[in-house]
Design a protein around this ligand. Structure first.
Ligand code: HEM
Length: 502
């Protein structure tokens, strides 16, 4: 038995050396994997992106790790990630669906799909985000309206410490509701709160260590309670949305689409009318696409807003400068998207928040669509690829102070806003975040309006230094649990004080 085991191990090690067996070229180097476990024991499983960043220092910007039995090629550093995702967009442009997603979407939707179905859904959503979302003034108005409700919720805490998570989530989810269904919900509506709470619970579970293990070792499935809970939430999401779609179908006016679901139903009907029975516009694709928008479009934006508020409480001098700028340029009127260019410091703070918060550190797993030789390394078709966004956002050759909160990264010597190519929190290339435009609009309106109305401070008894910036790792990097106080600001126009003739 020992002899057989020895031979098996030998075969395994030989097959995992750094040269491909067919002699196509050299494969990316990497730490030697153990049988079955691969390099899992070498990874900080809570924060794998940190270990991958360290490994990139040793093995270079293109290297291989084994997550259990799964071989992964990691791309690190701004130049390499950009080259792969932009110059080799087709080769690195497929998605590798994680196991838990495969159980639900069967190749549908946008996030986890590939091929024609992905292309059709991505194009459809982008057009509709333009029509019902980011492209129109109507969307800006929706964001402003929703932010107004959030301001009222914050006011309701009367300066007492509170956890910002739930209210910010409700607010951001409601924007997706407006875009998708064509209407928003009251925060007190139990149907809405239950839907958002369940969606958030699902996101929390998707990021749990047991689900990470299940994605690598699917045979663990029956033992994993978190997986059963996810499947239960999936069914209830489907049930609630089927009822919603049914209602929208019953009240549909094809001349006046209220939101993305209406537009989908109209397109589906017109394809059916023209005899196309094999299109990608079918019910499963609608369900998964809507679900993708809630999952991808809520937690990400809400988390970034919460990072922004936390950073303001931690760095009061930076908060002073933001509030001074808003007070001087905007005063107490409603902030508009077009104000962004007149608020360079505030804009720089928002960008720096996204850079440092680094909320999607490894993007979502990509996959090679064909054999490719990249930077001299041979990578086989179907290989899982992680574009390590952390390594771009913290790239030491691109950022002056990569590990500090330093808004000057986005300012020139005259205080004007400067774009930075290595600012890539939305990734790049074919699979770049589809909601980038919407997210940027939301971040600007929410952050600026909240800073215009409130002064954010730590809870009494907690010093600024004690506010912890260590992220809580889930599906994305969240702030660790904390409470903030939102005291109402008093507007003082500095100019009106300085030039006051009396
Ligand atoms: C994909 C970041 C907001 C919808 C992604 C990816 C990242 C990302 C890193 C993976 C890209 C890749 O695989 O290379 C963010 C951040 C956000 C945000 C940082 C907010 C601050 C949104 C919003 C929506 C959205 C508001 C929807 C309305 C999507 C979708 C994908 C995606 C559908 C999958 C795209 C595809 O596979 O073709 N996002 N996102 N995201 N995001 Fe976002």
């Amino acid at each position: 038995l020992l002899g057989t085991l020895g031979v098996l191990l030998l075969v395994y090690f030989i097959s995992s050396t750094s040269f491909s067996s067919k002699g196509e070229g050299k494969e990316p180097p990497g730490p030697r994997p153990l049988p079955v476990l691969g390099n899992l024991l070498q990874l900080d499983l809570k924060r794998p992106f940190i270990t991958l960043l360290k490994l990139s220092k040793k093995y270079g910007s293109v290297f291989t790790v084994y997550l259990g039995p799964q071989k992964v090629v990691v791309l690190a550093g701004y130049k390499t990630v950009k080259e792969a995702l932009i110059n080799y967009a087709d080769e690195f442009g497929e998605r590798d669906p994680i196991r838990i997603a495969q159980e639900d979407d069967q190749g549908n939707g946008v996030v986890w799909s590939n091929g024609d179905s992905w292309r059709d859904m991505r194009r459809f959503v982008l057009t509709n985000l333009r029509d019902f979302g980011m492209g129109k003034k109507a969307c800006e108005d929706k964001i402003i309206e929703e932010c107004g409700y959030l301001v009222e919720v914050f006011k309701g805490f009367n300066g007492e410490p509170f956890d910002t998570t739930q209210s910010v989530n409700y607010s951001v989810s409601n924007i997706i509701c407006s875009i998708v269904y064509g209407s928003r919900f009251e925060y007190s509506d139990p149907k809405f709160t239950s839907m958002v709470d369940k969606a958030n619970r699902r996101i929390e579970l998707l990021g749990s260590p047991s689900i990470q293990m299940y994605n690598l070792f699917p045979w663990l499935g029956i033992f994993i309670g978190d997986r059963r809970e996810i499947l239960k939430i999936n069914s209830s999401f489907k049930e609630e949305n089927s009822a919603m779609f049914h209602h929208l179908k019953e009240t549909l006016n094809p001349q006046m689409c209220r939101g993305l679901v209406d537009a989908f139903l109209v397109r589906k009907q017109s394809l059916e009318d023209s005899g196309n029975t094999n299109s990608n516009f079918h019910d499963e694709n609608l369900m998964m696409t809507v679900k993708n928008l809630f999952v991808a479009g809520t937690e990400t934006t809400a988390t970034t807003i919460r990072w922004g508020l936390l950073l303001m409480a931690k760095y009061p001098k930076i908060q002073d400068r933001v509030q001074e700028e808003i007070s001087t340029v905007i005063g107490s009127r409603q902030v508009q998207v077009e104000d962004r260019k007149s608020l360079p410091f505030t804009d720089a703070v928002i960008h720096e928040t996204q850079r440092l918060a680094n909320i999607v550190p490894m993007a979502l797993a990509h996959r090679t669509s064909q054999d490719v030789t990249f930077q001299g390394f041979f990578i086989k078709k179907g290989t899982v690829v992680y574009p390590l966004l952390t390594s771009v956002l913290y790239d030491e050759s691109e950022w002056e102070k990569p590990h500090s909160f330093h808004p000057a990264h986005f300012l020139d010597k005259d205080g004007k806003f400067v774009k930075r190519d290595a600012f890539m929190p939305f990734s790049a290339g074919r699979r770049i975040c589809l909601g980038e435009g919407l997210a940027r609009m939301e971040l600007f309106i929410f952050f600026t309006t909240l800073l215009q109305r409130f002064r954010f401070t730590p809870a009494p008894g907690v010093s600024e230094d004690e506010l912890d910036l260590t992220p809580r790792v889930g599906l994305s990097l969240n702030p660790s649990p904390h409470k903030l106080c939102a005291g109402t600001t008093v507007f003082i126009h500095l100019t009106s004080v300085l030039y006051d003739e009396s």
